[in-house]
Design a protein around this ligand. Structure first.
Ligand code: GAL
Length: 387
């Protein structure tokens, strides 16, 4: 059986900025922007349309029908366009009778929908949890769609979206989904980002190869804009968006962009295409980070430590280290290397390469003490070296 999600999927999803207002021209221009703004080169691959793409009724054969005004040429024409750019296409449905916005869901239509999606050239299915029959376990409903997709004749990634309900971490890998949403919906402000981040620190261990914990689509670059009132909010400053991107990357979350990439600023593009950060997320070993809190500032400052596949030409082991300060004042993070298995007596230290400044900042033994601005995240790729 093919592994379809060796590393966390990367792409763009229509929901955060456009909500209900999606159409063929928009999606095509997003595909063009993937190429023009360097997103494809940075590793972004999937273009996903979310809820609100279909007619309200199935056709006489029980098949889903694309909205005739939004997608006048159907979905196949659109996937052909996207594939011609070397990109992949994702669509949206729901385990229940209806989607969250009230369009037809796939309950009891799983097999015909999977075949329809395959015929249209779909590569990715986001599968939501609204209007779920109360007496059927979510696990069974995700298994049902996973089974249908495995038998539809095309490789289609299954992206579950049950907002972390029903202890999803415990059963989702066995259901055959490749990623799963673990929180309620994000909105474009710091409190939302902070809440999602803190809620998932203890769940990092459930995220791994071929079944990734999806902390929701990114709001990087939305800056208080967009047409979706569910997500629209005050926006964040640049440092907060960098923290958001860094932590999602470190936590092995899929990186699904949510802003309007056609009009994104150079600053936003620089965040989203930071190859040093993306490399941590896409590390081939897919290992989860563990969390070490600042010993005298437990609630506000912590480090995420993610072992990387490293560089076999040296010691063969790198660590990604992200240091986060969620408080409103500048703070110190002192990472004691003893806590990550490198006591002074080992004769080893760490060379810190700053993944936002793109430079080596120093070689440390015993500990590294770093100042972090409010809401900032410093991210380092650390090489183990002999003292
Ligand atoms: C929510 C989901 C959002 C979006 C929305 C569409 O349940 O979490 O990401 O898909 O439905 O109606």
């Amino acid at each position: 059986m093919a592994i379809l999600a060796k590393t966390p999927p990367m792409g763009w999803n229509s929901w955060n900025t456009f909500g209900n207002n999606i159409n063929e021209e928009l999606v095509k221009s997003i595909a063009d922007a993937f190429i023009q703004r360097g997103l494809k080169d940075a590793g972004y691959e999937y273009i996903v349309i979310d809820d609100c793409w279909s007619e309200k009724k199935r056709d006489n054969n029980g098949r889903l029908v694309p909205d005739k005004n939004k997608f006048p040429n159907g979905i196949k024409a659109l996937t052909d366009y996207i594939h011609s750019k070397g990109l992949k296409f994702g669509i949206y449905s729901c385990v229940g009778t209806h989607t969250c916005a009230g369009f037809p869901g796939s309950f009891e239509h799983e097999f015909v929908d999977a075949v329809t999606f395959a015929e249209w050239g779909v590569d990715y299915l986001k599968y939501d949890y609204c209007y779920k029959p109360r007496n059927v376990a979510g696990e069974d409903l995700y298994k049902r769609m996973a089974l249908a997709l495995r038998n539809c004749g095309r490789n289609i990634i299954l992206s579950a979206c049950n907002w972390g309900n029903d202890g999803v971490q415990k059963w989702i890998r066995e259901s055959g989904c490749h990623l799963y949403r673990s929180t309620g919906d994000i909105s474009d402000n710091w409190k939302s980002i902070e809440g999602i981040m803190l809620s998932q620190l203890n769940n990092a261990c459930f995220s791994g190869i071929d079944c990734w914990n999806d902390m929701d689509m990114l709001v990087v670059g939305m800056s208080g804009t967009g047409e979706n009132e569910h997500v629209l909010s005050t926006g964040c400053n640049e440092s907060e968006y960098k923290t958001h991107f860094s932590v999602w990357a470190m936590m092995n979350s899929p990186l699904m962009i949510g802003c309007d990439i056609r009009n994104m600023s150079e600053q936003t593009a620089a965040i989203l295409t930071n190859k040093d950060i993306i490399a941590l997320n896409q590390d081939i070993e897919g290992r989860a980070p563990y969390c070490i809190r600042q010993w005298n500032n437990l609630d506000n400052v912590f480090s995420l430590i993610k072992p990387l596949s490293g560089d076999a030409s040296t010691t063969g082991c790198d660590y990604a280290v992200a240091m986060v300060n969620i408080s409103d004042v500048k703070a110190e993070m002192s990472l004691q290397f003893f806590d990550i298995g490198l006591p002074y007596s080992s004769g080893l230290g760490l060379e810190f390469y700053d993944c936002w400044k793109h430079e080596v900042i120093g070689f440390f033994t015993e500990r590294a003490s770093i100042d972090i601005e409010p809401h900032e995240c410093r991210v380092f790729r650390c090489k183990v070296k002999k003292v």
